[in-house]
Structures are given as C-alpha cells and as structure tokens.
Design a binder for this molecule. Sequence first.
Ligand code: XMP
Length: 309
Amino acid sequence: MFDAKKFIEEAVKEIREQVGEETAIIALSGGVDSSVAATLAHRALGKHLVAVFVNHGFMRKGEEEEIVEIFKNKLGMNLRVVHAQERFFKALEGVRDPEEKRKIIGRIFIEVFEEEAAKVGAKYLVQGTIAPDWIESSGGIKSHHNVAGLPSGMVLELVEPLRDLYKDEVRIVARELGLPESISERMPFPGPGLAVRVIGEVTPEKVEIVREANAIVEEEIKKAKLKPWQAFAALLEGKTVGVKGDIRDYGYTIAVRVVESVDAMTATAMQVPWEVLKRIQKRITREIPGVTRVLYDITDKPPATIEYE
Ligand code: XMP
C-alpha cells in the first residue's frame, strides 16, 4: 500500500539534501505532476525554489489566473509568470507536422525557461516526470518534451521526485499535500497544450475556438459527475457545410474525446450518456461562432492515441 505521508517526508528530505543552499527552478504548468513536484520542492527549499509558469498561448481557459491564485497567493510560492504567446505563435506559423510542432514548442519552451533560470541563477531543475513519461519516451512513441526534448547542453541538474510514481499515486500525494481538488483531480494535459489539439497549422483563431470548446466539454462532464481520465475537444482540419439560423454556413468541426484509462498506456472511449453529449454539442455550436459540427470520438487506444497529434 502506497504511503503518501512517508513519501512526502522522504521526498522533501531528499530534495533538501540534493539542492542544499542552491536555487532550484521548476516549470509549473498547473498539471497535477508539476504542481506536486513544485509543492514538495517548495516545502524543501522555500524561496530557493523559483516556479516559472510559461504561458505559451495554448493553455486552457482561465488556467493562468488559477495558477497564480493557488501557488502565488495561497501557497506563497516564488512564482514568475512569463507571457510568451507571441513568440510561440510566430515560431509555429506555417508548421503543420505534429512532431515538428512539438519539437518547436519544446525548443522555445526550453529557451524561455533557460532565460528565466539564468536570471535567477538556478543550478537545479525540478521536474514532475512520472514513471509512464519516461517509459513511453524511451519506447519512442511520442517525444514528450519534458524528457526527450532536453538539449544536450542543459546545464541544470535534474531533481525528479515523482520518477517512480504513477498518476493515481501522484493524486494521492496531491490530496495529502492539501492541494485543491481542481489540481489533485486535474485531467492530464499535454505540455504543448491546445497546440496539439488543433490539427495542422496553429492560429490564434483556431486556438481560441478549441479553448472555448474544451472548457464546455470539461464543464459538462464535471456537471454530469463523470470522472474520465481525460475529456477534451480537438479542432479538426478543414470546414464542412452547415446551417446556422436560416443560412448556409461553412464551419469548423470539433471532435469531443472522453476516455477512461489507468495509466494512459491504453484507453477506452467512455460511454458518455447521450443527453450529456447532446448538451455539449448544443452548447458548442451555439456558443462558438464558426463551429457547425461536433463529433464524438469512439476510438480506443490502441489503435488511436489519446491526443490527436
Ligand atoms: P497519447 O496521445 O500518447 O497520450 O495517447 C498519452 C497521455 O500523455 C499525454 N500527452 C502528453 N503529455 N507532453 C505531456 O506532458 C506531451 O507532449 C504529451 N502528449 C500526450 C496525453 O494527454 C495523455 O494523457
């Protein structure tokens, strides 16, 4: 049986021993993994931990405000927020290939982050890498940027307190640390964020559409008291014909994906009640101009992956 109290005690002690009086830095995304890693490191190092929230422009609705409220205002963490939206959008102009998108986002993310690390004189890098991250990365399925994208010249030494944990254990630790439910029960969200939920070229317009659609999906799934592994929206390529009001329209298609899983290695499309799906469809097409069609993805993993890119 996993003992969260003991784990926390030991992790805090180990971080303190490894980092000593130096400064450590962490990229805090607000996901349960980086939040737990940051909270552990904050307990161990206090102000010697600098948490950096990079807003790359592909975050979920309200995410930045929520992170600031929880980690800076409530927990008193030394949090720096970097607005790098333009830098990311610019670098992604004209790029359509999923792996290239991921690599570009990973590269710029590290650039932005290293600039912050240099500013604060950090020697250590705390990461919320959990067991499935490095298992999948070494299997070469997808380049999860928190592992594979690290440049060889990285001068920061890694601190990975969650390396041996699985997601359910990380959530137990989050609850034990007293983090709010919005963090401890937060669904996984890819590092490149909504950029990999817009198929093909990423534009601010498309990201805004998928952000709104995603918020509706998350809201309705929560309201229906369903507890999937992940529930989200993706914006498909191209437009299809529709009718809005009395006129023929030509709009985007949103795919809704709700999956159950234990570790993301495999997943099952959830049997979401029809009325919940219809509510999601109605809200998306009513509230988001530009979307004329909503599809529900019934594919398991394998053969599909959870994310679209
Ligand atoms: P796939 O799409 O490979 O996703 O079935 C498995 C799990 O990993 C998440 N995911 C990512 N997480 N960086 C991350 O930190 C990424 O680039 C990334 N890609 C996928 C995905 O949301 C799912 O939970």
